[in-house]
Structures are given as structure tokens and as C-alpha cells.
Write a protein that binds this ligand. Structure first.
Ligand SMILES: *Cc1c(COP(=O)(O)O)cnc(C)c1O
Length: 419
């Protein structure tokens, strides 16, 4: 039986797994102690829960437990990594390399550092969402202290060539930080195999609670140090003070342990459902997959529906499907997604895009409903659209705004190209 609305926005957040909640509960009530209280069993119990969670989180990413710093989430982890390196390594340089498709938690942190004397290079990406490794290497200067490139993109699912980036960073003696929020617990991530020096992740994107995350900080080859951004009692090796959120941390640990057991089977199942969804919607005319279809997360699809407005689509679904549009709809006049624009989409096409992100609760019945509902809405909106009529009559449309970067222009008409 279908239940509405159907949730296909797991890249925004995921429901907390009941097994995670169950693990957390005692740490609100009987094990309520402060993990920093050394002199009584209340403190010891909490500290034990935190230590266990640290092992679970470290195991998921191939780290040592001593390399895990608990935070309030990935936004804080991103801030701590970038600002912490910027301040700590100021004597070496002030230059950071990132990409223009990073999450705002990275981009806005870099923007602030520009106002504090930092120099930032924002790399561009190709239509497949990947950074250019040669451009990365060419951007490195003697003053470069950090490369900040995300593991997988939250809007398109594009996976960056992390190992290659790490090799370049290593060769030039530059630290490599990766925001791995969307990758950890979804695909195998191993800080040593991948060569990552600092890495951010968060519980609520992998069926854990909101408000708790972690920063991996490498301890050897090289040993990374950071300037703290929150001062106080010296918790978390002085890198992040504040009474530990023991229930949240226990939840993060449990979520990591569950992902370790279940991610492989989930990825396989969800990639099949994602492909079913995508192939179903590609039956429509003038529909494109945004970003490459090759190197991306198994559960994400970002699609452009030419000549249809994304917000019109959402209204058309009548609240039956929860997805994201290609707009940063924080205000009344939504800006088209900067990530889609970076791939080369025009404003119109970015506004015509939807992000589907599947999760553990997604099933075939939901996918088939979404295919029917989206197809029906696209067809209805197009039937009522003069733009669509003109296009069908072969009018020369505004190529800039509506041309998809993955499409090739062949004698005036635009054909789909999945090569
Ligand atoms: C969600 C997200 C964040 C922010 O994580 P919070 O824990 O919500 O602060 C950072 N980076 C990426 C790529 C994300 O998807």
C-alpha cells in the first residue's frame, strides 16, 4: 500500500532508524552522565558509550578512533576543517583550492576566509560534474595549504576522483579535506585507501539523528593539527570544546555500524530502483540526466524536463511526492541551483530540474507511482505551454537557456546523447 507523500529527498535528510533511536534512549535517561565526569559511574557510562561510538564511526571509514572529533554536524565539521587549517597553517600559506559545486558550508566558509586574507581558487567542473585534475594541479601554489573537494555531490550524486586528488595533494605537500556527507555510509569510503587527511560526515544523512556529526583528522603521515573554533573545556583533544552530546554520538555510532552492515545491499537495490525511475522518465521527450551517469552515487538522479517549470511540477504533484527542485528556494524569487549552472545548464533548464534521492524506505511501487505521476504532470504542463507548442512546430528556441550540456546539436534539432 502506498503512503503519501512519497519521500524521495534522502539527500536532504533521512528518517532516524528505530534501531538507532533505541540505542540512544538510555543515554537520555539512566545513562545521562557527563562524559567528562571522571569521578563517578554516571560519567563513566556516558564516556563508555561515546568511546564505543567513536570506534563504530572510525570503523566505517577505516580510521583510528583517536582520529574522530565529534561535532554538531557536517556544517560545523566543514567550518572546523577549513578555518582550523587556515589558522593553524598560516605561516605556510593562505591559499585554498576548492570547487564551485561544493556545499554552501564549504563555499561560505571559504568566502569568509577571503575577507580574512585568504586566497581561494574555485575550480570549475565539466558537464559531468567532475573537476579537471590538470586544472587542480596547475592551481597549486607554494602558498597552497588545503585542497577542499567533496567526495560526492549532494545535488547530482557525482563522485569526484578522490584518490587522484589525494595523490596530487600528497605530491605537493598540501592537505586534502573532503566533505563526504553524501558518500559515507552509502558507498565504501576509506580514509587511508583514499588518501584523505580531513573528512566531514554527519549522522542525519545516514539514518541517524540530526545535530551530530564528525570530523576525521589524520594523526600520522602526516599528523594534521587544527586551530579550535570553539574554546572551552578542552574536549575532543582541545579541537572542539563543549559537553559531548552523548545520546547523539551514540546514535551516530549505531548508524555507522548499521551502514557498515547494510550499505552494500542497499546500494545494489537502490541503484536498480534509481535506474528504473530514470529509464521510466527518459521515455518522455526532451528529458536529460544532469551530471554524468557513470561516476555517481547509486541512489541519486537529477533530471531536467525541458520546457517545464520545476515549481510547476511540484504544484502538479499536489504534495504526493517529496523531491527537491533545481532551485535554491529559500526566498520568494528562487535562484536557479548554482550546482546545475556550474554543469553548464542555463537558468531555464536548471529551474526545470528535479532531484530524486532514494533511500532504505523506497520500493518499486513508489518508483512506479513517481514515474506515472511525473510523466502525467510533465505531459499536462507541456500541453498547456506555448513554448512546448512552438518547440514541436520546430521553432528555433533560445538555445542558450534550454540546451542541455549533455545534448548535441544536430542540424538545428537537439537530440539526446547518452554517450
Ligand atoms: C547536508 C550536507 C551538509 C550539512 O550537514 P549538516 O549536518 O546538516 O550540517 C554538508 N555537506 C553536504 C554535502 C551535505 O549534503
Amino acid at each position: 500500500m502506498l503512503k503519501f507523500p512519497i519521500y524521495m529527498d534522502h539527500n536532504a535528510t533521512t528518517p532516524c532508524d528505530p534501531r538507532v533511536l533505541e540505542a540512544m534512549m538510555p543515554f537520555f535517561t539512566e545513562n545521562f552522565g557527563n562524559a567528562a565526569s571522571r569521578h563517578h559511574p554516571f560519567g563513566w557510562q556516558a564516556a563508555e558509550g561515546v568511546a564505543y561510538a567513536r570506534e563504530q564511526a572510525a570503523a566505517l571509514i577505516g580510521a583510528d578512533p583517536s582520529e574522530i572529533i565529534f561535532t554538531s554536524g557536517a556544517t560545523e565539521s566543514d567550518n572546523l576543517a577549513i578555518k582550523g587549517v587556515f589558522e593553524r597553517y598560516a605561516s605556510k600559506g593562505n591559499h585554498i583550492i576548492t570547487a564551485n559545486t561544493e556545499h554552501k558550508a564549504v563555499l561560505d566558509t571559504c568566502k569568509r576566509l577571503e575577507r580574512r586574507g585568504g586566497e581561494i581558487t574555485y575550480l570549475e567542473v565539466g558537464s559531468d560534474g567532475q573537476i579537471d585534475l590538470e586544472a587542480l594541479e596547475a592551481a597549486i601554489r607554494p602558498t597552497t595549504i588545503l585542497i577542499a573537494i567533496m567526495y560526492a555531490n549532494n545535488e547530482t550524486g557525482t563522485i569526484q576522483p578522490v584518490r587522484e586528488i589525494a595523490a596530487i595533494a600528497r605530491r605537493h605537500g598540501v592537505l586534502f579535506f573532503s566533505d563526504a556527507v553524501q558518500a559515507v555510509g552509502k558507498i565504501p569510503v576509506d580514509v587511508n585507501f583514499d588518501g584523505i587527511d580531513l573528512m566531514a560526515f554527519t549522522a542525519h544523512k545516514m539514518y541517524g539523528p540530526k545535530g551530530v556529526g564528525a570530523l576525521y583528522v589524520r594523526r600520522k603521515n602526516p599528523r594534521v593539527s587544527l586551530s579550535a573554533q570553539i574554546d572551552g573545556g578542552g574536549h575532543e583533544k582541545g579541537m572542539r570544546s563543549g559537553t559531548l552530546n552523548s545520546p547523539g554520538i551514540v546514535g551516530l555510532g549505531k548508524a555507522c555500524a548499521l551502514r557498515m552492515e547494510e550499505m552494500e545491499a542497499d546500494a545494489l537495490r537502490l541503484s536498480k530502483l534509481r535506474d528504473r525511475l530514470e529509464n521510466g522518465l527518459l521515455q518522455l521527450e526532451e528529458v536529460y540526466v544532469n551530471g554524468g551517469r557513470e561516476r555517481r552515487l547509486p541512489h541519486v538522479s537529477n533530471m531536467a524536463f525541458r520546457y517545464v517549470d520545476g515549481n510547476g511540477l511540484l504544484l502538479g504533484f499536489n504534495k504526493k511526492i517529496a523531491v527537491s527542485t533545481g532551485s535554491a528556494c529559500a526566498s520568494a524569487s528562487p535562484e536557479p541551483s548554482y550546482v546545475l549552472k556550474a554543469l553548464g545548464l542555463g537558468d531555464e533548464l536548471a529551474h526545470s530540474s528535479l532531484r530524486f534521492s532514494l533511500g532504505r524506505d523506497t520500493d518499486e511501487e513508489q518508483v512506479d507511482f513517481v514515474i506515472r505521476e511525473v510523466s502525467g504532470t510533465v505531459n499536462a504542463l507541456r500541453a498547456a505551454s506555448p513554448l512546448w507548442q512552438w518547440f514541436k512546430e520546430g521553432a528555433d528556441m533560445d538555445a542558450e537557456a534550454w540546451a542541455h550540456p549533455s545534448a548535441r546539436v544536430i542540424t538545428g534539432s537537439i537530440k539526446r546523447d547518452h554517450a
